[in-house]
Ligand binder design. Structure first.
Ligand SMILES: NC(=O)c1ccc[n+]([C@@H]2O[C@H](COP(=O)([O-])OP(=O)(O)OC[C@H]3O[C@@H](n4cnc5c(N)ncnc54)[C@H](O)[C@@H]3O)[C@@H](O)[C@H]2O)c1
Length: 457
């Protein structure tokens, strides 16, 4: 079959996989290839057992794979055969040398740019989909400028999807942002990408900007989202001291239309691969430009998140008579949020490690993320087990800590669970999703976030 466009994405991760699958699904006239250096990941994408859980993804992959969506490790050929190349490789926080612990590690990006240069046999549009520091496109252009007989136009098209709702977000995004150089060739390339999205997204939702605004907007969006979580979490600590109730406060505050009600749920803290790294990147960038006050302001968002996780663990320790040694604690959920298998930067992993340091025995249950959690906690000293069934996981435990807001945990039979636990049985609700009063009536000592504890002491 002759396809109208050949599109490549380098990087078959949480962003590359779902975004390209949706493009293939919405645009059967295009051939979409996803290439990755990790053969195990590509093999999983080509199997019935996808490498990640995302609602709706299975169906879309089944409808497109082998028809106009292809997964491959053959990067050389893929670059040669495609004229539109998205790059969605990982950009983790740099852990060595200058900027360690703050700056973005751009080695994967640079390697990709060099591969594109090496294997290209024609002009291409190269699209930054990874989240990158402002001015990365310039570095990209400087590498690609070394081609002799053809040209590369670099665009920025940051991805705003959220894991757990990735397919919905891709199908019906709040906006798509495309940044380009403000030159004739930049505008032309930008228009070509607009045309791709316009296959299913209304034009007024596809916005364009200069390339630096586009790069910065992604990091700033994540910083604002994380800031809201840290703001409400900071107030949850005050609620616990004053007997105010964070849910009542959040409702009252969120009903102000200037503020809005979203992202005001207090919790054990935000996780995921992006918020922390992107804010640290913003902090690093501000310090680089001598904007120390601005850097300090944003760094506070990360510090409060860390504080919230430490506070939660300390509250558990205090509530359980200041010792967790040999106590069995069941973690309900280990993914960093509901509806994903992703455990990167998950508060549950941090808390699991802290509990192990306190010599507690931990039992982890989760509907999708146990495989990742096993890898995250491999080699940790202490007793950890992983059990699919939450009833079996909680049996014989001294406490349950709700770590992830999976719907499943709202509706469990807590009487049945209580009956199998060691007494006094504690329930620490790190997501405020359980019916606290009901569980207290059953017999639990209940410790929500930002609300008075309900105990029997
Ligand atoms: N995960 C999210 O929710 C999310 C949302 C928006 C934006 N982002 C951004 O998107 C980017 C990708 O994130 P992710 O979560 O998909 O990461 P990921 O780690 O899940 O996937 C990245 C993939 O790139 C591959 N890769 C690395 N170097 C390569 C190379 N030279 N050639 C081919 N493949 C290579 C890796 O093997 C990996 O499979 C990051 O910059 C991230 O900040 C992520």
């Amino acid at each position: 079959m002759n396809f109208k466009k050949n599109i490549l994405c380098i990087g078959a991760g949480y962003v590359g996989g779902p975004t390209m699958a949706v493009i293939a699904y919405k645009c059967p006239q295009f051939r979409v290839t996803i290439a990755d250096i990790n053969p195990a990941r590509i093999a999983e994408w080509n199997s019935d057992e996808l490498p990640l859980y995302e609602p709706g993804l299975d169906e879309i992959i089944r409808a497109t794979r082998g028809k106009n969506l292809f997964f491959t490790t053959d990067i050389q050929r893929s670059i040669r055969d495609n004229d539109i190349i998205f790059v969605s490789v990982n950009t983790p926080t740099k852990m060595f040398g200058a900027g360690a612990g703050m700056a973005a590690d751009l080695q994967y990006w640079e390697k990709t740019a060099r591969q594109i240069l090496q294997y290209s046999e024609s002009s291409k549009i190269v699209i930054e989909k990874s989240t990158l520091p402002v001015k990365t496109a310039q570095a990209m252009e400087n590498i690609l400028r070394n081609a002799h007989s053809f040209t590369f136009e670099v665009l920025s098209n940051p991805e705003f999807l959220a894991e757990g709702t990735a397919i919905k977000d891709m199908e019906n995004p709040d906006r798509v942002l495309i940044g380009s150089r403000e030159t004739a060739s930049g505008f032309k390339a930008r228009e070509e990408l607009v045309e791709i999205y316009a296959n299913w997204i209304p034009r007024e939702k596809i916005i364009t900007s200069n390339i630096w605004s586009s790069e910065l907007s992604k990091i700033v969006s994540n910083a604002f989202l994380a800031q809201r979580i840290s703001s409400i979490n900071a107030i949850s600590a005050l609620c616990e001291k004053t007997d105010a109730d964070i849910i009542e406060v959040a409702r009252a505050v969120g009903m102000d239309s200037r503020i809005g009600g979203k992202y005001l749920n207090s919790s054990v803290g935000f996780g995921g691969s992006c918020f922390k790294k992107d804010i640290l990147n913003l902090v690093y960038l501000c310090r680089h430009y001598g904007l120390n006050e601005v850097a300090d302001y944003w760094e506070g968002v990360v510090k409060i998140n860390q504080y919230q996780q430490e506070r939660f663990t300390l509250n558990m320790l205090t509530a359980m008579f200041n010792t967790l040694a040999d106590k069995k604690i069941c973690l309900f959920g280990v993914s960093f949020k509901a509806n994903t298998s992703d455990t990167r930067e998950s508060p549950a992993i941090f808390i699991a490690k802290k509990l192990l340091e306190e010599k507690a025995e931990i039992i982890i249950t989760d509907p999708q993320a146990l495989r990742n959690a096993r890898t995250d906690l491999a080699g940790m000293e202490g007793r950890v087990s992983f059990i699919d069934d939450p009833y079996k996981a909680a049996a014989g435990c001294h406490a349950i800590a709700v770590m992830t807001e999976w719907d499943l945990y709202r509706d469990l039979d807590y009487q049945k669970i209580y009956d199998t636990m060691i007494k006094p049985a504690s329930l620490f609700d790190g997501r405020n999703i359980i019916d606290h009063r009901r569980c207290h009536n059953i017999g639990f000592n209940v410790y929500p976030i930002g609300k008075p504890a309900l105990t029997h002491f």
